[in-house]
Design a protein around this ligand. Structure first.
Ligand SMILES: [Zn+2]
Ligand SMILES: [Zn+2]
Ligand SMILES: [Zn+2]
Ligand SMILES: [Zn+2]
Length: 235
């Protein structure tokens, strides 16, 4: 397991030195694609269904559902951008499993150079000048295979949402950055921001605003991780 990652700043974006993707927080590189898939699935089809189910029981959710209907155009635009981000991540994953291995010393992803058996960590994964590495020299054969995440078809994405009749789970000590209350229900964490958390009642409004900010800043869509059960914050 990678123990530490460096941040590199390039073109006003920060990159993870292990996977060469946009810098991410509180998750390892391998999990990222699954988190992206999960977030896309929520935005694309589950949010509406979940709000509809809860709306019958709670006026707050009924209001969110109205908002959901009203924001359809914005949601659709974001879904397209998220789909693009997800497809790109899948392509990148496939590329890496064909062309990359892990440096035996620092575990970074290193690309095989054209027809060459010897590798130097820090040279040449197709990220151009954002590449970083420890300089270790090794041969392709002795390097560990790139562990590609198992990517499911979108129809196979696990539907693990809490049932509408089940009570909302409380995430102790975790405060929503929207309503500033303790997070109850599904917790939404931005994996591309150092700290940005929303509760399920706030996420639509605030993540759409966040999407807008990132789009205006010329950045890709940030990805939110859905957290169903509370976990230990010390990682
Ligand atoms: Zn990474
Ligand atoms: Zn290395
Ligand atoms: Zn909230
Ligand atoms: Zn973010």
């Amino acid at each position: 397991m990678p123990l530490d990652r460096a941040r590199k700043v390039a073109l006003e974006e920060e990159f993870c030195s292990l996977c060469n993707q946009q810098y991410h927080y509180r998750t390892d590189c391998q999990q990222l694609i699954l988190i992206t898939e999960r977030w896309f699935f929520w935005c694309n089809s589950e949010r509406g269904r979940y709000l509809t189910e809860r709306a019958g029981q709670d006026a707050d959710y009924a209001a969110r559902l109205v908002e959901y209907e009203r924001e359809q155009a914005k949601n659709r635009q974001r879904n397209e951008e998220l789909r693009h981000r997800y497809d790109t991540a899948v392509e990148d994953e496939n590329y890496k499993s064909r062309n990359c291995r892990h440096c035996p010393n620092c575990h970074r992803v290193v690309e095989r150079m054209e027809g060459c058996e010897s590798m130097i960590c820090g040279q040449d994964y197709h990220g151009g000048n954002i590449q970083s590495g420890c300089g270790e020299e090794f041969t392709w054969d002795e390097a560990e295979q790139y562990q590609a995440a198992t990517v499911r078809k979108s129809t196979e994405t696990i539907n693990d949402l809490p049932r509408p009749e089940s009570p909302l789970i409380t995430h102790e000590n975790i405060t929503c950055d929207g309503c500033h209350e303790i997070v109850r229900g599904i917790r939404f964490d931005c994996v591309h921001c150092p700290s940005l958390i929303f509760c399920e009642k706030c996420e639509q409004r605030y993540t759409l605003a966040h999407s807008n900010e990132n789009r205006n800043a010329g950045q890709q869509q940030h990805v939110f991780r859905l957290i169903m059960t509370p976990f230990d914050e010390i990682q």
